[in-house]
Ligand binder design. Structure first.
Ligand code: R5P
Length: 299
């Protein structure tokens, strides 16, 4: 096996390859003045099983195009197979038609990934458990929940309540609750304006009074969902609020919004690379590289 990486999350690829004792392959990625990319595989890959890491986070289109070109270059260079480790699958939230006339962007992405030659795909905490069913190739769907459960067991000794900040996260919160010995959980019903994407209102189901509340979500993008949930929990008597999310999508204002909020600490993973300027004092990063290494060994 040879592991390659696109530009978006090289650190995760290198740490996974290092942990597995697997060779790290070399690519030449040249960016022309107009922004176009030229990708070339430097190592010999004939009859090799290859793995490409790319997190299709911001800027998603550029990161996807780069991934498509890497896969094409590997296939043209004779690779026996290409497994794409897309630790954050951009466009995963656009998995069906929400309003008449919309494109199903995720289906376009999946068709392209398969058409350029991806043989297998490794993904992390997909927005919906149904996403793997949209692929024709095998998908290994990994989760950060076991890592979060371990962290919660070690960090919190007082009474806690898990909180899903929206109804889409109920399966996730139930699974985490079970793995923590049926820890109680609460849910928030969140409504969004389908045109602007902004939260229009939210209601809490569950009793958080006097308890440490732990919000768990698949991703934090603007931070609005997490911060709005924290506000609601504190208004309803939670003693302290903490947050866990797998993907640190972090649009520009998110770090500031999270740091200024009533949340004590935010844990995210390294499925998306977080540049120095987006790190903030309340943030802690948990690495998923061991989970990916384990997953790749048996996939
Ligand atoms: C929504 O369904 C997701 O699970 C996240 O709650 C959401 O995408 C987070 O986005 P933001 O941080 O912009 O509210």
């Amino acid at each position: 096996m040879i592991i390659f990486s696109g530009s978006s999350n090289k650190h995760l690829a290198e740490s996974t390859a290092g942990g597995m004792g697997v060779n790290f392959g070399h690519l030449e990625i040249f960016v022309f003045p107009d922004g176009e990319r030229r990708v070339r595989v430097i190592d010999k890959v004939v009859d090799e099983n290859t793995v490409v890491f790319q997190s299709t986070s911001t800027p998603p289109d550029q990161n996807y195009m780069e991934l498509f070109f890497i896969v094409d270059a590997l296939k043209r260079s004779g690779a026996k197979s290409v497994t794409a480790v897309v630790s954050y699958l951009g466009y995963e939230r656009q998995d069906h038609v929400f309003r008449d006339g919309e494109a199903v962007s995720l289906e376009v992405i999946i068709e392209t990934l398969e058409r350029v030659g991806v043989d297998k795909l490794v993904a992390f905490d997909l927005h919906s458990v149904k996403v793997p069913e949209l692929f024709s190739i095998p998908v290994l769907h990994l989760s950060a929940l076991p890592l979060f459960a371990e962290k919660i067991k070690n960090e919190f000794k007082d009474e806690i309540i898990l909180v899903s900040p929206d109804m889409g996260g109920i399966r996730r919160i139930k699974e985490l609750s079970e793995s923590l010995g049926n820890t109680p959980f609460a849910t928030i019903v969140k409504n969004r304006d389908l045109e602007t994407g902004r939260i229009s209102d939210s209601q809490l189901n569950g009793d958080v009074r006097g308890k440490i509340s732990i919000i768990v979500d698949d991703m934090i993008a603007t931070g609005d969902t997490t911060v709005d949930a924290a506000r609601l929990l504190l208004e309803n008597g939670a003693t302290k609020v903490f947050a866990f999310a797998t993907h640190a999508v972090f649009t520009n204002k998110a770090p500031e919004v999270l740091q200024k909020s009533g949340i004590e600490k935010v844990w995210v993973t390294d499925t998306i690379n977080i540049p120095q300027e987006k790190k903030f004092p309340k943030l802690e990063i948990i690495s998923v590289s061991k989970a990916i290494a384990e997953g790749l060994k048996n996939f």
